[in-house]
Design a protein around this ligand. Structure first.
Ligand code: C5P
Length: 319
């Protein structure tokens, strides 16, 4: 529990993680499989307001629009949704929920509160059926990684999880964000199932995040962290929080910073235990969480008992 108390105060370092997770972090730093070349400086001096203003100034949600090579020549322009993600709710949503898939949300009874928001963001294959009391049943946006589109076990084509929602997919690209390289060698080939899904369901808003957006978020995390972070993309959770900060006036994030219910149970919907799910191995998850902790405007009671962080949307930030 000591670690949890320090995390709530924003006072932890990777040195406090268990040796296995520390080794995983070192190995990812040594491998640098995405070719990260960080040119900025690492500090953690900005105040909450300065950090918010920095995010508002720099973060631009960007999705593939089919105008760049190789996608332009492949006829993607008419394939992607006509309305960009950022303009689906041009006047902005009022209050939004981001529901993490952590095991700690079990027995939280947060379902009703979560559903009271104007929009709810969920991740990957996280279900609501059977878990309504703890996670609610409204889903407005679902962020999915490329494995969801490519691994047959997820039934991307016919599962109801991926219907009647805004879909936002992503895949780790090289840090250079060279789209030609990425297209030739994605982590998992999401391009083919994306095209197929767009052709079959042209009315459903479905976007692929631009690698520049993902690595821009990574740069911001590293610039605001003293330690060297894993040179891998931020987790879907962090990406989702920033997308909702761009679209909503207020964002309530559930079980990202763990509550008193913290557990090694990776997901609420799966019997699989691994501390890496909450603290990170591949993703710079611990550092993402420290950054989000610094931005929290909610109460300590909500943090401890609901695992809830409250963040202003960019529209509500005065700089
Ligand atoms: O595992 P998955 O990526 O589907 O989970 C969605 C997001 O929820 C993660 O990207 C991570 O940010 C967050 N998460 C967490 N703690 C867990 C499981 C997930 O913070 N135990």
């Amino acid at each position: 529990r000591a670690f949890l108390y320090r995390l709530w105060k924003g006072n932890v370092s990777s040195k406090m993680l268990n040796p296995r997770l520390q080794k995983a972090m070192r190995d990812y730093l040594a491998a640098n499989k995405h070719g990260v070349r960080f040119r900025g400086r690492r500090e953690a001096r900005l105040s909450r307001t300065e950090l918010l203003c920095e995010l508002r100034r720099r973060v631009r949600v960007r999705t593939l629009d089919g105008t760049e090579a190789p996608f332009s020549a492949l006829g993607w322009r008419p394939l992607v949704p006509a309305v960009p993600l950022g303009q689906l709710h041009p006047r902005g949503l009022r209050s939004c929920a981001v529901v993490m898939s952590a095991g700690a949300i079990l027995n939280s009874s947060l379902g009703e509160e979560i559903d009271s928001h104007d929009a709810v963001l969920r991740f990957n294959s996280a279900p609501t059926r059977g878990y309504e009391k703890d996670v609610g049943n409204k889903t407005t946006v679902r962020i999915i990684n490329s494995q969801i589109l490519t691994n047959p076990s997820h039934h991307f084509i016919d599962s109801s999880l991926y219907k009647d929602v805004i879909l936002v997919a992503w895949d780790p690209a090289p840090y250079s964000a060279n789209l030609n390289l990425w297209y030739k060698k994605p982590d998992y080939n999401l391009f083919t199932p994306y095209i197929q899904h767009r052709q079959r369901n042209p009315a459903q808003p479905f976007y692929i995040l631009h690698p520049k957006f993902i690595w821009q978020l990574w740069d911001i995390i590293q610039e605001n962290t003293k330690e060297k972070i894993q040179p891998n993309p931020p987790s879907s959770g962090f990406i989702g929080i920033l997308i909702m900060m761009s679209m909503c006036r207020e964002v309530h994030v559930y079980e990202y910073i763990p509550s008193v219910r913290q557990t090694e149970l990776c997901h609420y919907h799966e019997l699989y235990y691994d501390a890496a799910c909450t603290l990170g191995a591949y993703h710079p998850l611990l550092y993402e969480k420290l950054l989000v902790q610094r931005l929290n405007t909610g109460t300590q009671a909500d943090l401890h008992h609901k695992g809830k962080v409250v963040l202003p949307g960019f529209r509500a930030v005065r700089c």
